[in-house]
Design a binder for this molecule. Sequence first.
Ligand SMILES: [Zn+2]
Length: 277
Amino acid sequence: MSIFMWWFLISGLLFFFGAAVGSFLNVLIERSIEERNWIRGRSACDFCGHKLAWYDNIPLLSFVFLKGRCRYCRKKIHPSHILMEVLTGVLFVWWFWGGFIILNIFRLVHQPFRFVQPLFWLLVAVLLLVIVVYDLRYLLIPDWTLWLLLSLTLFYRVMLVLGGVMQVEDLVKSLVAAALAAGFLSFLWLITLGKGMGLGDVKLIIPLSLLVSWRLVLLALVGAFIVGAVSSLALLFFGRLKWQKPVPFGPYLVVGFLTVLFFGDQILNWYLSWFML
Ligand SMILES: [Zn+2]
C-alpha cells in the first residue's frame, strides 16, 4: 500500500476515534450540567428516561440508523449529539493532517515542540468545541471545561518560555492583557446585572487571551462584539430571536479569538496601513 493510502486509512480510523471521544464528551457535559454522577449509571433518553443499550450509543452509526430519534419513544435526539461527534472526528483528522503530517514530516516546528504543539492545539480545539456547542444549547459554560482550558494554556505558555521560544516579558504582557480583558467583561457583567453576558464568558476570556499575542487581545474582543451584533441583528431580522432573550456570548468570543489567531497580524497591518498613506 502506498503511503497516501495509509494516511487515508489512518484518517478514517481517527475520524471514528474522534467521534467516540465526542460522544463521551456529550455524556460528560450532560451529566455535569444535570449534576449527576460522572462515571456511574448508564445513559438514558432525555425524554422517556429509557436506559440506552450499547447499540443505541455507537458514535455516528446509531444516530444514522435510528434517523436521529430515540429507539423507544421516537422523540428527536438533540442535534448537539451528532454535531459533537462529527466535529470532534473532523478535529482529529485536522490534527493528523495539519499537526502530524505537515508539521512533523515537513519539520516546520523545532524540538521539543514537534509532538507537544499539535497535541496541545487538538486538546484546545476539542475544548473550545465543547464550550461553543454547550453554550449555544444551555447558555452556560461548565467550570471544569474552563479550568482545563486555563491549565492547558498556562502550561503551554510556561513551556514556551522555558524552551526559549518566548520571552518571560511576553508572558507577563499576556497575563496583563488577559486580566484587563476579564476586568472589562466583568464591568459589563456588573452594569448589565448579568443579563448581557454570563460569568462564564468573563472566565472564558482569560485562557482565550493567553492563546494569542497580547497585541491581538483588544482586536479579538472588538471582533467578538462585531460578530455578536451582526449575527444577533440577523437572527432578529429572521425572527429566530426575541428581544430580551439571553444570547450566548461564549461562541462569539471563541470566533473573535480564532479569527485573530489565524489572521490577526494581517488585520492589524491592514488597519495600520490606513494611517501611513
Ligand atoms: Zn426516549
